[in-house]
Design a binder for this molecule. Structure first.
Ligand code: SF4
Length: 92
């Protein structure tokens, strides 16, 4: 039996995401920087501040536990952990 569950949304969840091509470019660019940095991570306080900034941002798209940036298309709970990661709007 297939069960359908309702996805909880808040904030501007309908925000349009970047094109697949743009997101692929972002993944390659950010992935390269993260790789060069040796996968260095931020401390939990910095991570929490970044997530708080994203959660309050007009460009965020939230679905359940998922927090995505509608500018870069990244999943912020993953991206914000890396020291070299940057907000495309320079908010962090
Ligand atoms: S990465 Fe920057 S622009 Fe994107 S949701 Fe977070 S604060 Fe907003």
């Amino acid at each position: 039996m297939i069960r359908r569950t309702k996805v909880l949304t808040f904030g501007p969840a309908e925000k349009k995401m970047p094109s697949a091509k743009t997101m692929a470019k972002n993944v390659i660019k950010d992935g390269g920087s993260i790789l060069k940095s040796g996968f260095k991570l931020v401390d939990s306080k910095t991570f929490d501040q970044r997530i708080k900034t994203c959660t309050d941002c007009e460009h965020v798209r939230v679905r359940g536990e998922e927090i995505r940036c509608s500018i870069c298309g990244c999943y912020m709970k993953r991206k914000a952990r890396f020291e070299v990661a940057k907000c495309p709007e320079k908010k962090w």
